[in-house]
Ligand binder design. Sequence first.
Ligand code: ATP
Ligand code: MG
Length: 390
Amino acid sequence: MMEKVILIRYSEMHLKGQNRKIFEKIFMKNLKLALGDIPYTLVQIKGRYLLENFNSQDSNKIVEKVKRVFGTHSISVATKVKSDIDIIFQCIQTYLKEYCLTKQTFKIQTNRADKSFPLNSMQISSTLGGMVLKNFKNLAVDVHNPDYLINIDMRENGFTFISYATIAGAGGLPVGSSGKGLLLLSGGIDSPVAGHMIAKRGMEIFCIHFHSYPYTNLQARQKVEQLAKLLSTYTGKIQLYLINVTDIQEQIHKLCPSEMMITILRRFMIAIADKLAKQIGIQTLITGENLGQVASQTIEGITSSNAVTSLPVLRPLIGFDKEEIIARARAIGSFEISILPYEDCCTVFLPKHPLIKPKLAEVERAEKKLDIEKLILAAFENMEVVEFKL
Ligand code: ATP
Ligand code: MG
């Protein structure tokens, strides 16, 4: 009996001691969510998950989906056979006959959990290695840098898994194991990357986006929806809250010094996000801010927006260079969407010379002209929600 199986190893969960069971449960749930209605069975065996009983043509699709689930350390597509040297060799032979046609090197690496098996792991490796050398004249052993690393994983229950490659997973912790965060998602390059980073640490992500429809167009909205949808392919699910800030911008434009436009608008965004987070039980805000990148992202700018929320604000990109952020955006697939030319908030209202170092007291004084409470409530009244699922 030779059966294709997929082994899924998870990362970091060993660090969590008592909480491990909870983490494993969330991870299992997220794996199931990612796999949708593909047929398979999933069981947990010591330190890993074993996916069986799937159609072999689904194998690549399954690997691609599992790879993205945070908490996945690595994946191997393996063959499951009875723990018997001849049967194991037969399996290796079938593989080598298909793939190793030229002069190449190999190494056999064995892990034996079954202590009742008569050979120890070294003996298993060398016995099988000898059999390969005898039958494949084109192959030589190289223990340091082999072309083919053959992994033999002999389990306690009389079965052995044989695999030839380890595929890296997304790493991190399973989404849902580190609380909830509300990501301020613009259409730019930075915020999707920030959301991805925090989701990777196990946080469940919700998104809020501010737009200036009809000054900003429908394509701008679709762009943000596309970004939220992309994030949902990593997290399983994303709720996107859309808030129109046109009235707020018009009021600031009319009543406040023009160089404070960005600072005050940013304070409205944070205040609205704070209110929404508290309403739906979210513990933190997340932004794509980056120290010194643009005028509003000085420590003075950050101070002025922190003043309107009592929640912690996570800024995972704070110390990154733009190139580092772009590299990450490319890696997660958001870059191509982010560079589409549609603006998020209306640029009509943006001043030529924004205040780079806004003083909190002056900003607060300027804001006195606005009915902040009323503007925020009105913005909430027109809030829309869109949900994206895997
Ligand atoms: P990004 O690339 O994420 O747009 P940025 O470098 O353009 O960032 P800013 O435009 O100053 O920087 O925005 C800083 C952060 O404020 C963003 O990363 C995002 O978290 C939040 N933000 C800005 N505009 C919006 C918006 N229209 N809707 C929601 N959040 C926003
Ligand atoms: Mg931006």
